[in-house]
Ligand binder design. Structure first.
Ligand code: SAM
Length: 283
């Protein structure tokens, strides 16, 4: 019988956040696959865990996944840990999980610390609907595409960012999203934990004077729906009733439904729209 891959969430700063179940799983596993074995050795030593470790990181994630799959198939139980937080979130864990699922190997996840959730809960921004983007792509074109897509995003946006990229990212956020509110979260779960709200412009000025330090989670407010409605109203005002109808019909709406929507958009009754359209068709 195959073994199990256990995704073990580890602390993002405060060792007290490790769970009993994670400690037990790490102790009983045949092997621990870790993103940075030197870093994880400190964690394992702290808790007196002697399980052998092997490396599983960004630069060996595809080949090493196959080696780990063989071991799992041979019946070994493997625990996966990353540098910090929940494996498979913005780290190579995702690749190994996918391969295990393809091979029918059991995967279980032991929940625990995760920087994005910790930051979101601290932010005071809308937590009901949010989108996690992780690190923005480093390639210029891809990065711009992601940012452009975020322009109209109304849900709260969560980004991971390294200190040496923060100023550049803020400049781009200012260009694409405008002067939004952002909660800058750093040193989460540690002694000097911070969750400071600044507008993009305030942050640009602040980081001109103060060098960014530590890893950041940026919790960015989504676009205000009223802004979208204002733009839509302006767009509708520039259309004739016929053009407005044609827009919805082209989107595949039924005539009756389109008329109702046009009336609502223009703040008039359906009867009025019907009258305008009938007058137009009799000309
Ligand atoms: N898998 C991890 C998780 O569950 O959040 C994330 C791994 S990702 C490689 C590392 C990023 O997480 C950092 O660059 C930073 O954006 C964020 N992060 C991790 N620990 C943090 C902390 N204590 N305070 C603020 N951000 C943190």
């Amino acid at each position: 019988m195959s073994g199990t891959l256990s995704l073990c969430a580890t602390p993002i700063g405060n060792l007290g956040d490790i769970s009993e179940r994670v400690l037990e799983t790490l102790s009983l596993a045949d092997l621990i696959a870790a993103e940075d074995t030197r870093n994880s050795l400190k964690l394992l030593n702290h808790f007196g865990i002697k399980t052998p470790m092997t490396s599983y990181h960004e630069y060996n994630k595809f080949e090493k996944a196959e080696t780990l799959i063989e071991k799992l198939k041979a019946g070994q139980n493997i625990a996966l840990i990353t540098d910090a937080g929940t494996p498979a979130i913005s780290d190579p864990g995702e690749v190994l999980v996918r391969r295990c699922r393809e091979e029918g190997i059991t995967v279980t996840s032991l929940p625990g610390p995760c920087a994005l959730i910790t930051a979101l809960t601290l932010s005071g921004l809308n937590t009901r609907r949010f989108v996690f983007e992780g690190f923005l792509p480093s390639e210029k074109k891809e990065r711009r595409e992601v940012l452009d897509a975020l322009k109209t995003e109304e849900r709260t946006i969560i980004l991971y960012e390294a200190p040496h990229h923060l100023k550049k990212t803020l400049k781009e956020l200012s260009e694409v999203l405008g002067n939004r509110r952002i909660v800058f979260c750093r040193e989460l779960t540690k002694k000097f934990e911070e969750a400071v709200e600044r507008t993009v412009d305030e942050a640009i000025a602040f980081y001109e004077e103060n060098e960014p330090r530590g890893e950041y989670v940026l919790v960015v407010e989504g676009r205000n729906p009223e802004e979208r409605m204002k733009e839509e109203r302006e767009e509708f005002a520039s259309l004739s009733v016929e053009e407005h109808m044609a827009k919805y019909l082209a989107e595949g709406m039924e005539k009756k439904e389109a008329m109702k929507k046009v009336a609502a958009d223009r703040g008039v009754s359906k009867r009025e729209i019907y009258a305008i359209l009938s007058a137009g068709s009799q000309k």
